[in-house]
Design a protein around this ligand. Structure first.
Ligand SMILES: Nc1ncnc2c1ncn2[C@@H]1O[C@H](COP(=O)(O)OP(=O)(O)OP(=O)(O)O)[C@@H](O)[C@H]1O
Length: 592
């Protein structure tokens, strides 16, 4: 994106957020632009009038008139400046929200695979970092430049009235200032860009020390020093790199800005040296002095703002690049997923993670009939969870396809397909919200008896009725320890919450990835015994390492190295005396 386009795009987005605020800010900035020239002019008049009163005995009325006018302009400046600050804050709040919303919306549309690569995290980090500096500041820099240009135009006219060469010389001073500002912006950007991955690592190391999840192991295994030293190492490496650049920038800036200041003072010196030959009144000399200083200040301001636009533009470009990440396009007329009457078919599916060289699922085919209860078993890393994610449509197969009622799942309207499937993930998430919100993941609507009945039903299915009854605030109990009044649950209780979440929905197919890994044997047995009745008429696909729980499955699939190596009912597989039988017998011997 070219710079002009980028600036235009930013202005367009900010205007879209609030046209009224944008217009108000424009008026405030423009009004302020005229104040410095007015001030210089009035100051000259005040001095000339006061000189008249003091040296020539003139009436003080004129001096007082100019003084009151000056006071009015100063008060106007104060009022505009206060308005400007308030408007800037307000715009900042709205624009930050807007860009945050864009990023979140974009993230929710990106394929789930986006979260599986470090490059994606770098991209996201760059986009998110820009939210704090971007958009709105760029608009203020532009406003500020327009303001300074208007002020500068007035000052140049004023300087021209002293000598035609003055505005030309003063204008030329902007060139070296612009050059160093551009260099500064580019060098800072390059370092920050290069440090994205390592600064993510430093933040991660630091956050590990601040989270409850890692705290117990860090304490027990005395890992604090290890983490701190890693964090410190990266932090200071990055900081010294940045400081090196800043030092260089500082030297350049010091030389150029000093040269510009010395030059502008030389102009004033020349006028003093010329003395009475230029026939200036005291007021005019003060005006000249002020005009030279203000011109210098204006060109510095313009170059600084241009430098900032250049610098922020490099960052915002990354934000827009993220927002432009292509998302799979959907045609409007997608079929809606309905009741499962033809089954699910995994047809010659292979899948490879972007970071991996081998296929995790390898030319795998499965047919599942409606209402069938299928168990998937296999060793760690066999590909069971990956298969579930592919069947849920979270990952798109590298080759082959998954069909629901003979239609590829990615061809369905995504919302309608998602409403037909539900899941308990092995690594389910603990939302530090109320128990009810954890299950429904929706805003609770008062007097919605249907969702209330669904909630009670889901709680019952997850065998957590007694737990809910024991809580003083029932489903309104805040969970976790992060927020006031929160109640922490045990690992198994959290798992029950995840199970209730899955059962809260109306579904056709339920996927349970080790849903009882953390629950006690009685609950596990209750869940699996009830699984058949709980999912009556529905299709259930579950993964479990506790092979006893698979006995009731209509079919067991044994997964090894991304392929189905055995398939059948429990008794049949025991009879085959192969991989499943070996795993089952090994596990069973512990119970004998
Ligand atoms: N996000 C990922 N990126 C890259 N590789 C992955 C990712 N997730 C899993 N893998 C790899 O894919 C393989 C299969 O993992 P998967 O989680 O599907 O196995 P699983 O059979 O469910 O194992 P477990 O019984 O331990 O849960 C493993 O070798 C794992 O290293």
């Amino acid at each position: 994106m070219k710079y002009a386009n980028l600036i235009f795009e930013v202005m367009k987005q900010v205007y879209r957020v609030s046209p009224r605020m944008f217009s108000r800010a424009t008026v405030i900035y423009l009004a302020q632009a005229f104040l410095p020239v007015a001030q210089i002019y009035i100051t000259a008049q005040v001095i000339n009038a006061v000189t008249g009163v003091l040296t020539r005995g003139e009436t003080p009325l004129s001096a007082l008139y100019w003084l009151v006018l000056q006071l009015t302009v100063i008060l106007l400046g104060i009022a505009l400046s206060s308005f400007q600050k308030y408007t800037e804050r307000k715009m900042n709040a709205y624009v930050s929200f807007w860009f945050n919303l864009q990023v979140s919306e974009k993230l929710s549309k990106l394929p789930f695979l986006f979260f599986e690569s470090p490059e994606s995290y770098d991209k996201l980090q760059r986009a998110l970092r820009n939210l704090s500096i971007c958009g709105i500041n760029m608009v203020f820099y532009i406003f500020s430049i327009i303001q300074s240009v208007i002020t500068l135009a007035g000052l140049l006219v004023l300087l021209f009235s002293f000598h035609y060469i003055l505005p030309i010389v003063m204008l030329l001073l902007i060139i070296p200032l612009l050059v160093i500002q551009k260099k500064e912006g580019a060098s800072r950007f390059i370092v920050i860009h290069q440090q994205t991955a390592s600064s993510r690592m430093a933040v991660y190391m630091n956050q590990l020390l601040q989270t409850k999840e890692a705290a117990k192991e860090i304490r027990l295994f005395d890992a604090k020093d290890f983490l701190l030293s890693r964090w410190r190492g990266i932090y200071f490496k990055n900081t010294y790199e940045m400081l090196g650049v800043e030092r260089k920038n500082m030297k350049n800036r010091l030389v150029v800005e000093s040269a510009v200041t010395v030059f502008s003072f030389s102009i004033l010196a020349v006028f003093i040296w010329l003395g009475s030959r230029v026939k200036l009144t005291i007021g005019s000399y003060v005006a000249l002095y002020q005009a030279v200083q203000d011109t210098r200040y204006s060109i510095q301001n313009i170059s600084q703002n241009m430098g900032q636009i250049y610098h922020d533009g490099l960052f915002i470009h990354e934000l827009f690049e993220f927002l432009d990440t292509p998302v799979p396009q959907q045609s409007k007329e997608l079929p809606m997923a309905g009741q499962l009457f033809q089954g699910i078919e995994v047809d010659r599916v292979s899948f490879r993670y972007p970071s991996q060289e081998r296929n995790i699922l390898d030319d795998l085919s499965i047919r599942i009939k409606p209402g069938e209860k299928v168990a998937i078993v296999g060793e760690n890393g066999a590909g069971k969870s990956t298969l579930v994610k592919v069947m849920l449509g979270l990952y798109e197969p590298t080759s082959g396809e998954v069909r629901y009622n003979n239609i590829p799942i990615h061809d369905y309207d995504p919302t309608s397909f998602r409403s037909k499937v539900t899941a308990v993930f092995q690594d389910f998430y603990r939302y530090e919200l109320t128990l009810g919100a954890n299950i429904t993941l929706q805003e609770s609507e008062t007097d919605d008896w249907k969702s209330e009945r669904q909630l009670t039903h889901a709680i019952d299915k997850a065998s957590m009725t007694s737990l809910v009854n024991s809580l003083r605030d029932g489903v309104s109990t805040q969970l976790g320890t992060r927020f006031l009044g929160g109640r922490e649950l045990s690992q198994g209780q959290w798992q029950k919450v995840a199970i209730a979440r899955a059962f809260y929905r109306d579904f056709e197919v339920i996927y349970l990835d080790e849903p009882t890994a953390a629950v006690d044997p009685l609950t596990e047995s209750a869940i699996f015994e009830n699984l058949m009745s709980m999912t009556e008429g529905k299709t259930a696909i579950f993964i479990s390492h506790r092979l006893g729980s698979c006995r009731q499955a209509d079919r067991i699939l044994v997964l090894k190295d991304g392929r189905i190596v055995e398939e059948g009912r429990h008794e049949e597989l025991i009879e085959q005396d192969a991989h499943y039988a070996e795993m089952f017998n090994k596990q069973a011997q512990w119970y004998r």
